[in-house]
Design a protein around this ligand. Sequence first.
Ligand SMILES: Cc1ncc(COP(=O)(O)O)c(C=O)c1O
Length: 461
Amino acid sequence: MVELETHRLHWSERESNARTYARGIDRVISKGNLARVYDSNGREYVDCLACAGALPLGHNHPLIQQRVVDFLNSGQLQQALDIATPAKLAFIEQLYRVLPPAFAKHAKIQFCGPSGSDGIEASLKLFKTATGRRSVLVFQGAYHGMTMGSLGMMGNLEPKQAVSGYPAEIQFLPFPYGYRSPFGTNVAETERLSLVYLENLLSDPESGVTKPAMLLVEPIQGEGGCIPVSVEWLIGLRDITARYDVPLVMDEVQTGFGRSGDMFAHEWAGIVPDAIVMSKAIGGGYPLAVMAYHEKYDKWNPGAHAGTFRGNQIALISGAATLEYLQRPGVLEMVRVVGLHLQQRLQTLQDRFSCIGEVRGRGLMLGVELIDPNSEPDALGRPQANGTLAKALKRACLEYGLIIESGGRHGAVMRFLPPLIITANDVDIIIQKFEAALESLWSTSVPNLVAFDHCLPGRSV
Ligand SMILES: Cc1ncc(COP(=O)(O)O)c(C=O)c1O
């Protein structure tokens, strides 16, 4: 065990400065079982990261394990480009079962290089080709991946700063981030104004933006800070894009496959988009990405979006098993119930800790925005985001046996993204650990907490 840790320290010096999760989780994780992982010293952690949402059934789920082991012993091809194989055909069948029926009726699918970013690149190419247009609309705070096209459509400036050469004519729109409204108004008004803004941009002959090839949106903003939107906003978005003939592309890379309590987060609003980009959970822990789109846009040429590893057969097997599991009666219902339990327990913490500005999200995609209650409030009266506390809290959580990531503006949002199979009992353990970590920091680094008691308890201050 000590040997493994020495190895880790040795090799981490050789790893790129751009490495990410390995910095925060600075230990060797050697085993995993559903929502638990174990380091090389046998310490147990509850996993609230689930490989950034890519493990809906957690680590080593028996169904996935069994299917993969059976497949490995079957003599079937293990890699097959995008050639038809039994694994691919079975996967496609399962995928069409879970796609929203009104969408599935006209859907074509494109297997992409196995990452969400490549699925997004595919959507850029397809809709530019099919519409003959150049510009695209995206939202502030968006995260669509790290390749050049998707990075160009990212809100977060940090990874963009040092790089140039993104696709031209990417137009950012204000996202209805209710807690820190880009319009300085309340949530409902923020949503209304963001739609007014969009419609004005599409109708104004002097908007400066040529007619867009697509509007790309996350139905719950993930890396931007776990920001949900209302049904009304999604319906409004669909309505405007349909009226102005702008293809609406849902980035369901993080929200897809039950994460929000619905199979796809946009389904909540009963709308039908023009395309859905899927990755992460779709492979049940193995790399896979698919873009599905309305057949009327299928105007690109053979080979327009190729890639060697689009037919990872193990991912197709594991993905099909995952989709099958998620369709079982009661599974998504349980995500909603357990998610609500987690949200309510976090809200109870909010009543005790004035460093919690807002608890938000849907299903098992929840965020806790941390604030500095002693800071100068912004125009809306919100205290400043507290990225410093979030960073320390992430570290403290690890020490208490909880793996959790932070994200959002200024890195101030603690993001709860556990496997979808967690139980109410797991939630109670997560809360115990999170609370203990919070208490350890609050009592040491902010001893004069009582001085901030003017912050009203409630869902958001
Ligand atoms: C909404 C969304 N889109 C796209 C991506 C990019 O996916 P990948 O990291 O697999 O390239 C992510 C990754 O977190 C994401 O959350």
